[in-house]
Design a protein around this ligand. Sequence first.
Ligand SMILES: *Cc1c(COP(=O)(O)O)cnc(C)c1O
Length: 435
Amino acid sequence: MDVVDESAMTNEAAFARACLSLVGGVNSPVRSFNSVGGVPFFVREGHGSYVIDVEGRRYLDYIQSYGAIIHGHGDPRISSAIEEAARKGTTFGAPTLGEVMLAEQIKAKVPGVELVRLTSSGTEATMTALRLARGATGRSKIIKFEGCYHGHSDALLAASGSGVASLGLPASVGVTPAAVHDTVVLPYNEVPQIGEDVAAVIVEPVAANMGLVPPEPAFLSQLRALTTQAGALLIFDEVITGFRVADGGASTLFGITPDLWCFGKVIGGGLPVGALAGREELMVQLAPTGPVYQAGTLSGNPLATAAGVVALEQLSLSSYRKLTGRAEQLSLGLTKVIQEADLAVQVQRVNSLLGIFFADEPVTNYRQAVASVERGIYPYFFHAMLRRGVALAPGPYEILFPGLAHSVDDIDKTIDIASAAAVEARDLWHRTGRG
Ligand SMILES: *Cc1c(COP(=O)(O)O)cnc(C)c1O
């Protein structure tokens, strides 16, 4: 193995080397710079609100592992919990108390959750939610909403946002018509008709993978009422909103109790964890107590549960007040300075979640999100910010994740930088003749 001298390493060299052994140089397409152009920075380490790349450049980081990090990078409480767990062995294939503790935390924080199944990713949680819904109802159809991302399982890849949208794909090649035959895709924020053949409606209660699109006031309550009426299940995909948008997530924020919840990201404290949760009567239909099969060699992994338990334990009501305060400061500041640069902007926010649309009007669905993205301003803004030391996600459909490590000064600095970046982005964009 060759020794890498990190002091001499450049992002270009790292990326060129990565491309020789990893597809496209990355292990998840959202990390590539395909939709903004250029070469990704390779992270050497992260501390709090910052990451440092292999060239030694520091960036104020709003990616925060797409929401898996809420306490900031390298949180010492989480890192020592992982170290302590690692000294005792990394995986056993027998149950551990860490799994129980993480499930207990989820139950304690989310009213309505009675039983939990831990997985290793959000994708596994949503995949299992569909299987359980179909098993429990004996029905086949699933309703999902355009621009909502529910992981990369075949049946849910139809018209999803996030990386699929950034790559300009309606869905993925390799997903057969049969695999999505029972997936009905409808516009977000429009209350659907729910037939007697529908097993479940799955929704991001706050859409956060087509930029940030809040639910309209009656949307979620109507979904709740209509699914109940039709005998279908309501699945809240809270992989992003869970333990982030509010204490107890979106279901407590909006006062709407779904039948099943999917969690991920925050609940792993930066390690791979997902969870499916719900009422006992439904959850017991999973194996080993019921006939709906689901499994995972590393599900409830001791390192991951150790990290997750500490991450959740450290979240209190005051954490959410702080998060929301930071996000509000950021959204007001960004709106002001981007407007001052004569660019139409909508910084859309629900508590601590926010996203930037370069658009004249508020964005309420995927079609409008695409129209805003197609104006083509984001890549210029992204690079103008990155050059000045602020890392946004390298894709226009991703949101910003201000976390508990972002200080008021961090946010002020971000807004100052955005002021210059918006002017530069506007000028470069105008030069393309599109503005
Ligand atoms: C990230 C995400 C997923 C998928 O989770 P993975 O851990 O990446 O598999 C599912 N749903 C939503 C809403 C997400 O944001």
